[in-house]
Design a protein. Structure first.
Length: 273
C-alpha cells in the first residue's frame, strides 16, 4: 500500500485584512521517516495541538487561515530556510530537528538528515507553505492597503530546556517592536494583561520566529504578531494531548478580543477604495 501524503497546508481564504498562520499544527510524518524515529518522536509531542479548533471562531470573523499539515519534525516552517538560529546563545531546535523539546533524540539510530534530505524537505513542504503565506499577504495588502499576520502557536507551560519555571500564558512577540506598529502591540498586551486568570508578556522569551520577523514590515503596511500560548490554557499537556473544551472556552474570548483589536487596527488604516 502506497502512502498518500497530504498537501503541505490547508488554506481558507477570508474577506478581512487578517491572516492567521499555524505553522506547527501539523502532525503528519511520512511512514518511511517515522520508521527512523524513536517511539517518543512518533507521538510528535512538540506539536502545537488543536490550533485550528482553538481558533475556530476566526473564520466567522472573516480571517484567512493557513494551517500546516506536516509535523515540525519533518521540517520546521517557522525557521529560516538556512537553519540559522533565531535565538543565538540559547537552546533551539533546527530547520529539520534532530531532538525533541525534552532534549531526547528524534532518530532512533542516529541517522539524522543530511544536507540533501534537508533541502528536499524544504522544497517539498517549507517552500509551498511560505509561497502561500506570501501570496495571501500580498493579496490582502493589495485589496485593503494593510495586512495583519497573526502567527498562532502553543507550547507546554514547563520546558526546562527553553525557560525556567512556568511560562506566562500569553506570550506576544513582535521581534522587539520591529514586526508591527507599537500601538497595536500595546493594545494587544493590554487585552492580554486584562485577561483574568492568565499571565501575559510582550517580547519575553518568545519574540517571534522566522515568520513574524520575515513578513512583518510595518513600514509597508504589513504587521506581524506571534502569540505563543501555554497549552494548559486549553488542552492536556501530556499524552494523549486531548483538547479540553471547558478550559478552552475560558481563554477563547480573550483570543477573540485580541484578533478583533487587530482587525480594528487594520480597518483604521485601510486604504480608501
Amino acid at each position: 500500500m502506497t502512502d498518500t501524503a497530504p498537501p503541505p497546508f490547508v488554506f481558507h481564504q477570508g474577506t478581512q485584512p487578517l491572516l492567521i498562520s499555524m505553522p506547527h499544527a501539523g502532525t503528519y510524518v511520512p511512514p518511511a521517516l517515522a520508521a527512523r524515529f524513536t517511539e517518543e518522536a512518533r507521538q510528535v509531542p512538540d506539536t502545537d495541538w488543536h490550533m485550528d479548533r482553538l481558533y475556530g471562531f476566526a473564520r466567522d470573523m472573516g480571517a484567512s487561515i493557513l494551517v500546516a499539515t506536516h509535523s515540525r519534525y519533518v521540517v520546521d516552517l517557522n525557521r529560516p530556510p538556512d537553519g540559522a538560529s533565531l535565538y543565538p546563545g540559547q537552546s533551539v531546535t533546527g530547520l529539520c530537528p534532530v531532538d525533541t523539546f525534552d532534549d531526547t533524540p528524534i532518530y532512533a539510530q542516529g541517522d539524522v538528515p543530511g544536507e540533501a534530505e534537508v533541502a528536499a524537505r524544504r522544497d517539498a513542504v517549507w517552500a509551498p507553505y511560505h509561497a502561500q503565506l506570501r501570496a495571501e499577504l500580498d493579496r490582502i495588502h493589495a485589496r485593503h492597503g494593510v495586512a495583519v499576520l497573526w502567527d498562532a502557536h502553543s507550547i507546554r507551560s514547563v520546558l526546562p530546556r527553553f525557560f525556567e519555571g512556568k511560562l506566562p500564558d500569553l506570550n506576544l512577540g513582535t521581534a522587539n517592536g520591529e514586526s508591527c506598529d507599537p500601538a497595536l502591540a500595546r493594545e494587544l498586551l493590554a487585552i492580554a494583561e486584562a485577561a483574568g486568570g492568565y499571565t501575559a508578556v510582550l517580547n519575553g522569551r518568545f519574540k517571534g520566529g522566522h515568520i513574524t520577523r520575515h513578513y512583518g514590515q510595518p513600514g509597508q503596511g504589513v504587521h506581524a504578531v506571534q502569540l505563543e500560548m501555554t497549552q494548559c490554557s486549553y488542552m492536556q499537556e501530556s499524552l494523549p494531548f486531548d483538547y479540553l473544551p471547558d478550559v478552552a472556552q475560558r481563554v477563547q474570548p480573550h483570543l477573540e478580543r485580541m484578533l478583533r483589536a487587530a482587525l480594528a487596527f487594520a480597518h483604521a488604516r485601510q486604504a480608501p477604495r
